[in-house]
Design a protein around this ligand. Structure first.
Ligand code: SF4
Length: 221
């Protein structure tokens, strides 16, 4: 597979990626989303609500939300004011309410209320971007997909895995480097690693298991 700039990663590049993935897999052997959900639709909604807040905050709000609206059909017909109150604590509640009602409407209207296991289909839902779609594909369906968020973006750049800044191009670069079987867990692993070790402001390079393979010039030891 080619990178976003049309070049092919070398064998050495792929070996390096494999080594990084192996080391991270040892640190996070059973990584999975911290969001609580019982079906793909709940994960889709929870992931949408998780923007700009913590997974813990989302998990505190979703039991009441899913208790009141247990499926796409009921949320599609929901009173927005009531939904806003239920997810108020997660912030940006007006936009999030709009998104989760719209995506539920689209699911009912175009997919019989069933979350599709395809990136192309998922991104047709209003309020669902590539990142959210990839999280749902990887987590709920085990479909190979790489979600690029701010942590994935930062860690990938520091590790020299991409020189791109556009998430779609970063996704392509990572797909070119890592074996397909790695994709589903890669984002979650990089996100957790970005939170725990490769912090945006103060990376803990002194205790980083990847330090010998990291070209980032501003390491903090
Ligand atoms: S050495 Fe530092 S900058 Fe590089 S990946 Fe580890 S924590 Fe991040």
């Amino acid at each position: 597979m080619q990178r976003s700039n049309g070049t092919e990663p070398t064998t050495a590049d792929k070996r390096n990626a494999s080594t990084l993935a192996n080391r991270l897999a040892r640190v996070y052997p059973a990584i999975t989303t911290a969001l609580k959900y019982e079906d793909p639709w709940q994960l889709l909604v929870a992931t949408t609500i998780s923007a700009q807040t913590t997974d813990e905050n989302v998990n505190r709000a979703t039991p009441a939300l899913f208790g009141r609206y247990p499926d796409p059909d009921s949320l599609a017909r929901a009173n927005p004011d009531e939904v806003e109150q239920l997810i108020y604590s997660t912030g940006f509640y007006r936009q999030k309410t709009k998104s989760i009602i719209s995506l539920s409407e689209d699911l009912v209207a175009n997919f019989g209320g069933v979350v599709p296991a395809s990136l192309d289909d998922l991104v047709t839902l209003r309020g669902v971007g590539r990142k959210t779609a990839s999280v749902v594909l990887a987590e709920a369906f085990g479909v190979p997909a790489i979600a690029v968020d701010t942590h994935v973006k930062r860690v990938s750049a520091r590790l020299g895995l991409t020189t791109e800044t556009d998430p779609v191009k970063i996704e392509q670069d990572l797909k070119a480097l890592f074996a397909r079987k790695r994709w589903a867990k890669l984002s979650m692993t990089l996100i957790q690693f970005g939170r725990d070790v490769c912090d945006a402001r103060k990376p803990r390079c002194g205790s980083c298991p990847l330090i010998d393979r990291c070209p980032y010039p501003d390491k903090i030891l």
